[in-house]
Design a binder for this molecule. Structure first.
Ligand SMILES: [Zn+2]
Length: 347
């Protein structure tokens, strides 16, 4: 399996896995881990899902507050990484981690702990990982309640891991946790922990549509880390959700400038530009997004809208037609089809 790993610039405590072997762990969870053994337990668990061919159930709609982007679903659909980044940009603690069945979670834990030990770490890495999740749930119930809706499960999983560590894997207890190496490698993340925590609080507030409260949290995140990419993106989304597009736009643009290699801000900026009737700027942002995450139908559609806004009807029609080849359902498809018909392009 071609496993690949990324740290996602997302704040909530979570990890994602796709059947093809792509995995992402958020900076939110990285900042809570204490050593390599805990990280290895987390990755081992995720690998367990992949290797045991667990199919994640579809995420419940209620678990996720999607930030409405011009009323159109623009989530990347075609590539694993596109999906991963799309998930990273969602608000709240929705989790593929929690969308497996309880039996699958137990199996992934068992496999993960086995891998952890074989990789040379002590088995209590898995116990400590679950203990951290139990503690998190106590400290920030609102943040984690959607993610770990099955409360007894955390404690049960911690206890199972502890029991196996004391019995089957007892001989691994002397293996190094690799705490120092982990702390060195993640020092820059822990330095911005106040920012991450403020962003988490802001996201929790946004998930319950308490936008003014959320805005205050993102302001405080930006105060402690004035060049934080994720905090800028969230602030822009928070203002956008309140209908304040012109206030949101500079934050999205600042995010683009801080971290031009990351795709999300380019699209957010483009959507804001579109809503402020600046299609030329929107097209530029969408082209940047497309270069980084090609194959996203939503981007093709929005490029069509931008080109139409710029009076380039023929190119707009090409984009609408291309979008319709990728997607036939939904508001955007209807819009594109209507345009083609009105322009006499459609059959
Ligand atoms: Zn899992």
């Amino acid at each position: 399996m071609p496993f690949s790993y990324r740290v996602l610039n997302a704040n909530y405590v979570n990890a994602y896995t796709f059947p093809g072997g792509a995995m992402g762990v958020t900076r939110g969870i990285m900042a809570e881990l204490n050593n390599e053994a805990e990280l290895a337990a987390l990755l081992g668990h995720e690998m367990g899902h992949v290797n045991a061919r667990h199919a994640a159930q579809r995420q419940g709609q209620a678990m996720v507050v999607q930030v409405a982007v011009a009323g159109i679903n623009v989530a990347a659909q075609d590539s694993q990484w596109g999906q991963l980044l799309g998930l990273g940009s969602q608000i709240g603690a929705s989790a593929l981690l929690s969308s497996y069945s309880r039996d699958h979670e137990r199996e992934a834990d068992a496999l993960g702990q086995e891998y952890l030990v074989r990789a040379g770490y002590p088995a209590q890495g898995m116990t400590a990982l679950h203990q951290m999740l139990v503690n998190e749930e106590k400290a920030q119930p609102s943040l984690l309640s959607t993610m770990f809706s099955s409360h007894p499960m955390n404690t049960e999983r911690r206890n199972t891991a502890a029991q196996l560590a004391a019995t089957r894997y007892a001989s691994s207890a002397k293996a190094p946790l690799q705490r120092e190496r982990f702390m060195d490698s993640t020092a820059s993340l822990r330095r911005i922990k106040p920012t991450i925590n403020a962003c988490q609080n802001g996201e929790t507030a946004m998930a319950s549509k308490a936008f003014a409260q959320a805005q205050g949290q993102f302001e405080s995140a930006l105060k402690s880390s004035p060049r934080d990419y994720a905090a800028h993106v969230r602030m822009a989304q928070c203002l956008q959700a309140q209908g304040k597009s012109s206030q949101a736009r500079p934050f999205a643009e600042q995010a683009q400038a801080i971290y031009p290699q990351e795709a999300q801000a380019h699209k957010l900026s483009a959507v804001l530009a579109l809503s402020l009737r600046d299609p030329a700027a929107a097209l530029e942002g969408l082209e940047r997004y497309d270069r980084q995450l090609p194959g996203d139908p939503g981007t093709t559609f929005l490029k069509g809208v931008s080109l139409e806004g710029m009076g380039r009807r023929q190119q707009a029609a090409q984009h609408y037609a291309q979008y319709l080849r990728l997607t036939q359902q939904g508001e955007a498809a209807q819009f594109a089809a209507n345009r083609l018909q009105a322009w006499g392009v459609a059959r």
